[in-house]
Design a protein around this ligand. Sequence first.
Ligand SMILES: Cc1cc2nc3c(=O)[nH]c(=O)nc-3n(C[C@H](O)[C@H](O)[C@H](O)COP(=O)(O)O)c2cc1C
Length: 163
Amino acid sequence: MSRLASGVVLVTAREEPLDPDDPQAPSGEDVGMTATAFMSVSLDPPLVLVSLREGSRMDDLLDEQPLWAVSVLSESQRHIAGRFAMKGRVSDRLLFADIPYLRGEATDAPLVGGALATLECRTEQRVSAGDHTLVIGRVLTASLPSADGGPLAYFRGRYRQLG
Ligand SMILES: Cc1cc2nc3c(=O)[nH]c(=O)nc-3n(C[C@H](O)[C@H](O)[C@H](O)COP(=O)(O)O)c2cc1C
């Protein structure tokens, strides 16, 4: 599968505080995960799919949080892909600190500034498939933060640019 060239996206979601009524409860945190297993599924209704490793932080979060977002990364955003692919990190708070982003109206999830496209989604279906979960989401909003610019691609284990 490393011979299948793909685009690279950042999946994001907002982790809610455990108990929003408890001022002592830890505040919600933005979580991100680099993914290439992302595809368009249906036009009517608009559905997309992301495949998440079972037990990954994003898989655990989307099991509880139906609202999430996807930012399609541009060739100048390789550093974002790199940092959100690191294993074993405890918190994503610092990882978002120097990244320009907007908060999605429909999902509250971070939408990366300068991404080629951003989508906000609500989970319609979760399908357990081997060691991954296929999360199918309905697209709630779509926008194009950066009209120009080439895509960040991934091929044979390396980030690439077209051309
Ligand atoms: C280029 C690239 C693509 C990736 N694509 C996926 C993916 O589609 N699905 C997935 O579950 N993990 C994917 N990963 C791995 C996750 O980004 C990584 O496991 C995660 O951010 C680390 O968090 P975790 O410790 O909770 O797994 C990819 C990593 C890289 C570098």
